[in-house]
Structure formats: structure tokens, C-alpha cells
Design a protein around this ligand. Structure first.
Ligand SMILES: Nc1ncnc2c1ncn2[C@@H]1O[C@H](COP(=O)(O)OP(=O)(O)OP(=O)(O)O)[C@@H](O)[C@H]1O
Ligand SMILES: [Mg+2]
Length: 456
């Protein structure tokens, strides 16, 4: 749910200000009011507002100056000016300075409501867009995608062709294989890069809200629809919409989506007025949609409409060559984020990472590296610094590459002795008891493993 829009109202006329405050509050927004330009400026210095409504002629300030200052400090804040009859000329100047709109006195309540609603809509749209651009623009260049394996090289080659087209893409792949990253890379490397990239995670939105989330609604369409709201398709206009987890979309909505894709227009819930849209669609699923079609949970015609260009992301276990470069990439990233010196992986740690099956794919590797950076003091990452499940899984698997059984057993011994000693505060006799060994056998093993023998 979006937070309430914050509106600042600056007006020196008491009765007008109070009436307006009430009106804005009734429209469902948060409102703060100021009785003078000075008070307004003080509030602005402390708090952020999405919309500022100010009288043009205040005894102690000029609305245009307030407008300029607001725009300078917070360009996304929309400013609406209230003017008397005589100042229409000034109002025109205000528009040039970047005011969203102006209203003349005496105020027409309905007109004002519409202007506020439009300003809110514009603000939300722009902030989503600017936010995304700032956050993602440089972060999601192709260059930031790692993959030297033949499988990923093929993916990159296909992506290079895809960015030149506007065709619908269906990205398939297990969880954590990079479906969203691919979608963003396609968007931010194509001709739509300056337009919005809007992601919709179908699975995360309650079924009854998904339709209005996608297509928007008009005021009064249902209880609680207090004002018009644009949907994700309209918000993505000119850009790209990313329909994640498309396989979980309810059938009835699939029908509507198919119509939108075919007609290239949407209808807001509660309205029959079609709105033209120009949106590139990238859909993703970690289910095999062809299977879902066979099961009857996914519409066949929608499947074909989406699957114009299929892009399959291979699971990480099928591209072992990528594991080390990815691990290094994430280590560098987290070391930088956590302000610590560079870290390197020991040979045993690399072997372990490369033989682990990574059911959670790249995301699991990323999380594992974050944990390692956060919890390891030394700059060399030994086997012991890896998360236990990874260490153990990988240690006990025999792969095509073969394993060194004695070395594996030694590693398991080292790991279990370390844990037992930790549980016994370093008292060897107690650790030995936990492991069902005599103390001498334990000491002998530790000596053989090159483990430090000081104290008890
Ligand atoms: N080739 C890659 N190079 C660098 N980082 C990657 C790569 N692939 C995935 N990642 C990173 O791994 C994480 C998971 O990727 P993403 O969210 O795109 O996966 P997903 O397939 O959408 O997963 P899910 O199905 O769980 O939603 C992200 O942080 C992403 O940046
Ligand atoms: Mg995803």
C-alpha cells in the first residue's frame, strides 16, 4: 500500500486555510498548514512534502519565491499556486518556473480536488521513474552480469539481439538464476532506457488486488477507491513492464492480460474508456509454463503470446565455470559495502563452492558471500569460514572430477573438533568426551591436522 501523500498548505487567510485543510484531509492525504511564508519555509526545512499548495501573495513572502526554493531543493515536489483574479499574469510566470498548476480565487472545490489528484498522480509516476533510474541505471548494465560459461555466453548473445527489438520475452529459469536481472539489463540497454521499468510480482500481490494494480481503477470503482489510480501498465508507458511469476496469475486475469497485449490498450477497473499504451513486456516464471498449459492452469494462447522470444537461464550447477567469478564479484561488492580489505578464497573453499549443487542458484551464492564477509575476520576464506551446509554438502559429494577421500575426512575431523572445543571452552578432555575419544587420541588427531594445541 502506498503511504499517504504529504501536502503542505501555505495560506495566510484563516478561514480559507481551514476549509482547504479539511478538504485535503477528506481526500485521504496528510496535510500540514502554515499561516505565513516564514512558517511555511520553516516546515519545509524540516519535513518533506510531495505537494505544496501556496498562496501567491502572502504578507511576508512571494509564492513564486517559495516555488523556486521548493523546486531547487526537491525537484519532484509539485507546487500548486492559489492566485487572486488580478495576478493571472504572474500565474503564467509561475507555470514557467515549474508550478504544476494554479487556481484562482474564489476556489472551486471540485476543480481543486481534480488538480490535487492530478498532481499526486504525476508525482507518484515521476518519483517511481526517477528512483528506478537512479537506483538501477548504472547498476544493471550488461557489464555487471557475470558469466563466462558457454551457456551464459549464449544468453548474452541472445540478449544483445533482444535489446534491438520490442518483442515480448519470456524468461524461464529456476529461482535465483537472474531472471529479474536479465529483464532489467534488457530494458536499460535498449531504446526504452529513459522510460520506466516497472516490475509486478504477481505472486506477492493478493489476487483481488492484482487486477487494479495492473490496470488501475477509477474513483468509486469499488469501496475504498477514493480517487483515480493509474495501473502498472500505464505507469510503464513508453518503457518496459516486467511480469514476474506469471505462472501464478489467476486464469480470469490471464484472459484480461491477453486482451491488453493484443489490443495494446488498457481499461481501468470501473471504466470502459480504453487507454492506449506502448509497453514492452518481459514475463518470467520459475515454473515450466508449457507444463502449466498441459495442466490447464495457464492459458495456451497467452503462453504463445508471451513466448515470442524464449530465454532460458541455466541453473548454476550446470555452469560450474561461473561459480568462482560470481563468488569473487560478490566478495568485492560486499567488502566494499562493509568497508573492509579485500578477501581471497582458499583452494579448499573454491573446491567446496564448485562442488556444491546451489539449489538457490546465484542468489544463494550471493547470500553465502555476504555472510562470509560479515562473519570472517581473516582476509583468507578457508573452508571453515563457509556456511556449514555448503561445506558439508560439497564435502560429501563425489562428482565426475573425483574427490580426495582422506582429505575430506581430515576436513570433517577438523571441523567437528573445532566445534567440540568451542562447546567445551577449549577443555580437551571434555571435547574428547563429546566426540567419544580419549584425550590422547584427540590430541594425536589435532597434532596430525596441524591444529594449535596450547592450554588445557
Ligand atoms: N549473471 C549474474 N551476474 C551477477 N549477478 C547475478 C547474476 N545472476 C543473478 N545475479 C544476482 O543474483 C540475485 C538473484 O537474481 P534475480 O533476482 O534476478 O533472480 P530471479 O531469477 O528473479 O530469482 P527468483 O525466481 O527467486 O525471483 C540478484 O541479486 C542478482 O543481481
Ligand atoms: Mg525474481
Amino acid at each position: 500500500m502506498k503511504e499517504r501523500t504529504r501536502i503542505l498548505l501555505i495560506d495566510d487567510e484563516d478561514s480559507g486555510r481551514e476549509a482547504l485543510t479539511l478538504l485535503i484531509r477528506n481526500a485521504g492525504h496528510f496535510v500540514r498548514s502554515a499561516a505565513s511564508g516564514t512558517e511555511g519555509q520553516q516546515i519545509l526545512a524540516r519535513e518533506k512534502f510531495e505537494i505544496v499548495i501556496t498562496d501567491l501573495l502572502l504578507p511576508d513572502a512571494n509564492g513564486i519565491d517559495i516555488l523556486k526554493k521548493v523546486k531547487e531543493e526537491s525537484p519532484l515536489t509539485e507546487v500548486i499556486l492559489i492566485t487572486g483574479h488580478a495576478s493571472a499574469e504572474t500565474a503564467v510566470r509561475a507555470m514557467k518556473e515549474g508550478a504544476f498548476d494554479y487556481i484562482t480565487k474564489p476556489l472551486n472545490i471540485d476543480e481543486l480536488k481534480i488538480i490535487i489528484a492530478k498532481a499526486v498522480e504525476k508525482h507518484d509516476l515521476l518519483s517511481e521513474n526517477v528512483y528506478l533510474k537512479k537506483q538501477l541505471r548504472d547498476k544493471f548494465e550488461f557489464a555487471n552480469m557475470i558469466g563466462s560459461s558457454p551457456a551464459m555466453q549464449q544468453v548474452f548473445a541472445l540478449m544483445k539481439r533482444i535489446v534491438k527489438t520490442d518483442s515480448t520475452v519470456l524468461v524461464a529459469g529456476e529461482s535465483g538464476t537472474g531472471k529479474e536481472l536479465v529483464a532489467k539489463a534488457i530494458h536499460f540497454n535498449g531504446h526504452r532506457r529513459d522510460k520506466p521499468f516497472i516490475a509486478v510480482h504477481s505472486g506477492a500481490i493478493p489476487e483481488n488486488l492484482l487486477e487494479s494494480e495492473l490496470f488501475g481503477y477509477v474513483k468509486g470503482a469499488f469501496t475504498g477507491a477514493a480517487r483515480d489510480k493509474i495501473g502498472k501498465f500505464e505507469a510503464a508507458n513508453g518503457g518496459t513492464i516486467f511480469l514476474d511469476e506469471i505462472g501464478t496469475m489467476p486464469l480470469q486475469l490471464q484472459t484480461k492480460l491477453l486482451r491488453v497485449l493484443q489490443e495494446e490498450e488498457v481499461e481501468r477497473v470501473g471504466s470502459t474508456r480504453p487507454i492506449k499504451i506502448d509497453v514492452r513486456v518481459i514475463a518470467a516464471s520459475n515454473l515450466n509454463l508449457a507444463d502449466e498449459v498441459k495442466k490447464g492452469t495457464f492459458r495456451e494462447d497467452l503462453y504463445y503470446r508471451l513466448n515470442v522470444i524464449p530465454l532460458q537461464l541455466p541453473p548454476l550447477r550446470e555452469r560450474v565455470e561461473d561459480i568462482l567469478p560470481l563468488a569473487k564479484h560478490f566478495l568485492t561488492k560486499f567488502c566494499k559495502e562493509m568497508h573492509r580489505s579485500r578477501m581471497t578464497l582458499s583452494k579448499e573453499a573454491v573446491e567446496s563452492l564448485e562442488s556444491y549443487p546451489w539449489p538457490g542458484n546465484v542468489r544463494e551464492l550471493e547470500n553465502a558471500m555476504e555472510r562470509v564477509v560479515a562473519l570472517t575476520e581473516e582476509d583468507t576464506i578457508t573452508l571453515h569460514a563457509l556456511p556449514p551446509n555448503i561445506r558439508e554438502e560439497s564435502l560429501t559429494r563425489v562428482t565426475e572430477k573425483g574427490v580426495d577421500l582422506m582429505k575430506v575426512i581430515a576436513e570433517i575431523e577438523r571441523s567437528m573438533i573445532t566445534d567440540a572445543l568451542a562447546l567445551s571452552d577449549g577443555v580437551k578432555a571434555r571435547a574428547a568426551a563429546l566426540l567419544n575419544l580419549n584425550r590422547t587420541t584427540l590430541v594425536e588427531k589435532m597434532r596430525r591436522l596441524g591444529m594449535p594445541l596450547e592450554n588445557q
